[in-house]
Design a protein around this ligand. Structure first.
Ligand code: HEC
Ligand code: HEC
Ligand code: HEC
Ligand code: HEC
Ligand code: HEC
Length: 317
C-alpha cells in the first residue's frame, strides 16, 4: 500500500466550521421563507440538473471547482468563502512540480492522510476486501470528506508549498488562508465534502432544490461498506462458464476490457489496476475523473461507459 507518510494531524480548527456555514445557510433559508420560496419540500429535496453542460472537457463538469456565480447564487449566496478559487481547474488535483509521488495518479497535488477505511465485506465474496488501493485514495482525498477540497500542496504562484496543506483547516488555516486570489474574493472557510461543510448547502434541508445541487451521495465518508468494493482483486478464474469476463488487454500496470480490440487502453474501457494476479478494482476502474465522451455528452457521473453497460463488463449475470 502506497501512502503519503505525512498524516494530517492538526484538526483543531475544524469544529468551528460547521457552525459558521450552517449559520449562513440558516440565514439564507430565512431569506427564502421571507420570499415565499422553499415551501415545496418535494423539490427542495430533489437533485438539480447541473449547470455544467457535461461535454467537451472537464471544464464543463462538476470537477471544475473554479466555478462560481459572479453575482451570487440565490439571495446572493455563493461559494467564494468555502474554497479558494485558484482560477485553474487542474491544480485542485495536479501540479507540474513538487508532486506527491506516493499515490496512484500522475503529478498529484493533494496529500493523502493516513486513514483506515471500513471496507465492504460479505459472505458471498471470494475474498476479503483490502484497504483502498493507491488509485482509489486519490479520489478519496476529496470524497471521504476528511480534507478541504482546496487543500492542495502546491498552490499557484511561487513559494506556496506545504506537504500538509490541510493542517489546521478548515477555519483559520494559515496555509490555505495565505493564498490571495488575484481576481476575486478570498476564502476563509475551507470546506470538505461532508455534512456541515460543503453539505451545509448541498444537502436536503438546506439549499437543495432552492439553488444548490444535492451532493449527499458524493460524500462517501471513510465507511465504504455501502459502496461497490474497491481494493478487491479480480478473480483469477474467469471466462466462459464462470461469473467473470476476461480482461483481454494488458499494459504495464493495468489490465483492461479491450472493447474495440485495438490493444490500447482507451478512456472508455473498464480497467483493473495491476496486470498480474494483483489486478484490482479501484475507483478509476469504472470512473474517469475528466469525463468520457459518449456521443456529444459525457457519460453521467464520470463513468467510463454508459451506466447500463458498466457492470456487465466484469460480471456475467
Ligand atoms: C453557502 C452555501 C454553499 C456552500 C457552503 C457550498 N456551495 Fe457549492 N453551490 C452553492 C450554490 C448556491 C450553487 C449554485 C447552484 C449551481 O450553480 O448549481 C453551488 C454550486 C456548486 C457546484 C456546481 C454544481 C452544478 O453542477 O451546477 C459545485 C461543483 C459546488 N457548488 C461545489 C461545492 C463544494 C466543493 C463546496 C465545499 C467546498 C461547496 N460547493 C460549498 C452553494 C454553496
Ligand atoms: C478532480 C481531480 C482531477 C482534476 C481536476 C484533473 N485530474 Fe487529471 N487525473 C486525475 C486522476 C485521479 C488521474 C488518474 C486516473 C487513473 O486512475 O488512471 C488523472 C490522470 C491524468 C492524466 C494521465 C492520463 C489519464 O487520463 O489517466 C493526465 C494527462 C491528466 N490527468 C491531465 C489533467 C489535466 C490537464 C487537467 C486539467 C484540465 C486535469 N487532469 C484535471 C484527477 C484529476
Ligand atoms: C479535488 C477534489 C476531488 C477529487 C480529487 C475527486 N473529486 Fe469527484 N467530485 C468532487 C466534487 C467537489 C464533486 C461535486 C459533488 C457532486 O457533484 O456530487 C465531485 C463529484 C463527483 C462525482 C459526481 C458527478 C455528478 O455528476 O454528480 C463523481 C462520480 C466523482 N466526483 C468521482 C470521482 C472519482 C472517481 C475521483 C477519482 C478518480 C474523484 N471524483 C476525485 C471533488 C473531487
Ligand atoms: C464497479 C464500478 C465502480 C467503482 C469501482 C466505483 N464506482 Fe462510483 N459509481 C459507479 C456507478 C455505476 C455510479 C452511478 C450510480 C448511479 O448513477 O446510480 C457511480 C456513482 C458514483 C458517484 C456519484 C454518486 C451518485 O450515486 O450519483 C460518486 C461520487 C462515485 N461514484 C465515486 C466513486 C469513488 C470515489 C469510488 C472509489 C472509492 C468509486 N466511485 C468506485 C461505479 C463504480
Ligand atoms: C472492474 C470490474 C467490475 C465492475 C465493472 C463491476 N464489478 Fe462488481 N465486483 C467486482 C469484483 C472483482 C468484486 C469482488 C468479487 C469477489 O471477490 O467475490 C465485485 C463485487 C461485487 C458485488 C459484491 C458481491 C458479494 O458477494 O457481496 C456486487 C453486488 C457487485 N460487484 C455488483 C456490481 C455492480 C452492480 C456493478 C455495476 C455498477 C459492478 N459490480 C461492476 C468487479 C467489478
Amino acid at each position: 500500500m502506497m501512502r503519503n507518510a505525512m498524516p494530517v494531524s492538526n484538526r483543531s480548527g475544524r469544529r468551528n466550521a460547521p457552525r459558521r456555514i450552517s449559520m449562513l445557510a440558516a440565514l439564507y433559508l430565512a431569506g427564502l421563507v421571507l420570499l415565499g420560496l422553499g415551501a415545496d419540500d418535494s423539490s427542495a429535496d430533489g437533485d438539480l440538473t447541473s449547470k455544467f453542460s457535461n461535454q467537451d472537457s472537464i471544464r464543463n463538469t462538476r470537477h471544475n471547482l473554479t466555478q462560481r456565480q459572479a453575482a451570487g447564487g440565490p439571495s446572493g449566496v455563493n461559494m467564494d468563502p468555502y474554497r479558494n478559487d485558484y482560477g485553474e481547474i487542474c491544480v485542485y488535483c495536479h501540479t507540474p512540480h513538487a508532486a506527491n509521488t506516493n499515490v496512484g495518479a500522475p503529478l498529484w497535488n493533494r496529500a493523502i492522510p493516513n486513514t483506515t477505511y471500513t471496507v465492504y465485506s460479505s459472505n458471498s465474496m471470494s475474498q476479503t476486501a483490502s484497504q483502498p488501493g493507491a488509485a482509489s485514495l486519490v479520489c478519496l482525498s476529496c470524497h471521504d470528506g476528511q480534507q478541504a477540497v482546496d487543500a492542495i500542496m502546491n498552490m499557484p504562484g511561487s513559494g506556496r508549498y506545504s506537504a500538509t496543506p490541510n493542517a489546521g483547516s478548515p477555519v483559520g488555516n494559515t496555509f490555505l488562508n495565505g493564498w490571495t486570489n488575484p481576481s476575486g474574493p478570498d476564502a476563509t472557510a475551507h470546506a470538505a465534502l461532508k455534512q456541515g461543510e460543503c453539505l451545509a448547502c448541498h444537502a436536503p434541508g438546506s439549499m437543495v432544490g432552492a439553488g444548490a445541487a444535492d451532493f449527499t451521495v458524493a460524500a462517501i465518508s471513510t465507511d465504504l461498506r455501502d459502496d461497490h468494493p474497491v481494493g478487491v482483486k479480480y478473480p483469477s478464474v474467469n471466462g466462459d462458464g464462470t461469473d467473470w469476463k476476461t480482461p483481454g488487454g494488458s499494459v504495464t500496470g493495468a489490465k483492461f476490457f479491450d472493447d474495440d480490440a485495438d490493444n490500447r487502453m482507451d478512456k472508455g474501457e473498464i480497467r483493473l489496476y495491476g496486470n498480474g494476479a494483483d489486478a484490482s478494482v479501484e475507483c478509476g476502474s469504472c470512473h474517469d475523473p475528466h469525463g468520457v465522451t459518449n456521443g456529444s455528452l459525457f457519460n453521467t457521473t464520470f463513468l467510463r461507459k454508459p451506466r447500463a453497460t458498466v457492470c456487465l463488463s466484469c460480471h456475467t449475470k
